[in-house]
Design a protein around this ligand. Structure first.
Ligand SMILES: [Zn+2]
Ligand SMILES: [Zn+2]
Length: 271
């Protein structure tokens, strides 16, 4: 049984695949038993995610402002206290993110990205819940800010859709982070990424789709959906020389150890 540790299930780009119930049924058929849906805009998107998740088992959420949205007027106004209050009121919110820095696209002002990233880290420390980090061409600053905010102690969290350097992987592990791989590790040209994946201790690995993006081989080029997490999981099992079953078990256990608020219920995803 797999857990997709990062997807954007209600994203507009996923809509051509049909109703979300179809996507959840595809998950059931592929032994994907739980999903973490990642929030990108607190004011505009989170209420919709909460409404969707209401009463559904094994669907969890994060709360956060994606670095691309960090300059958005509404998002700037959300305080750490606001976030803490929302977390306290909603047990389905189990982590903070999507957070981090993206200097590749630079869709938001870098200063706004930093302020937002620091705010997210503070909420995580206050609530003792994990942070989901998006890193693109900003490895040095991300590590420096985490060290600064945690007085070098590190914290619980995930480097999601890992595509950075071996240096970043080492630093993140030392700071207590888990490393999550997406469909990118199935791509032909991703030898470097596969060798980083191999170097990550099994007890720090997670697997994700980042749906609707980055569909893995053999469905590359199609719109990604959470059920595709099995292909990335199969590749990771190959890389680590363990069975698929074993890798699914390990990544599930890692997920549940990391996200203490996640309550896994028998019976998988309900449609
Ligand atoms: Zn991301
Ligand atoms: Zn994402």
């Amino acid at each position: 049984m797999w857990i997709d540790s990062h997807c954007h299930l209600l994203h507009d780009k996923i809509k051509p695949l049909g109703e979300t119930d179809i996507l959840l049924e595809n998950c059931r058929q592929n032994q994907v038993e739980a999903l973490l849906i990642i929030n990108c805009r607190i004011v505009e998107e989170l209420p919709k995610l909460l409404e969707f998740a209401k009463g559904r088992q094994n669907i969890w959420l994060t709360i956060g402002t994606h670095p691309h949205e960090a300059s958005h007027r509404d998002e700037i106004k959300v305080t750490a206290e606001d976030m803490q209050k929302i977390i306290a009121e909603n047990p389905q919110i189990i982590g903070v993110g999507e957070s981090g820095l993206d200097y590749f696209y630079d869709f938001s002002d870098r200063k706004d990205q930093e302020i937002s990233f620091r705010k997210h880290i503070q909420v995580c420390i206050e609530k003792n819940i994990p942070l989901v980090v998006h890193a693109r061409d900003a490895d040095q600053d991300i590590i420096a800010i985490i060290k600064d905010e945690t007085s070098n102690k590190g914290m619980k969290g995930i480097m999601h859709c890992f595509s950075s350097s071996p240096w970043m992987a080492e630093e993140a592990l030392a700071l207590g982070f888990h490393i999550s791989f997406s469909g990118m590790i199935t791509f032909k040209k991703s030898d470097d990424l596969r060798s980083i994946c191999k170097s990550i201790p099994l007890n720090r690995l997670l697997v994700e789709t980042d749906a609707p993006y980055l569909s893995p081989e053999p469905v590359r080029g199609k719109i990604n959906e959470p059920a595709h997490v099995i292909y990335t999981g199969q590749k990771m099992a190959d890389i680590h020389g363990v069975s698929e079953h074993e890798l699914a078990r390990i990544t599930k256990e890692n997920f549940l150890n990391l996200f203490e608020r996640a309550r896994l219920q028998d019976g998988g995803l309900s449609v």
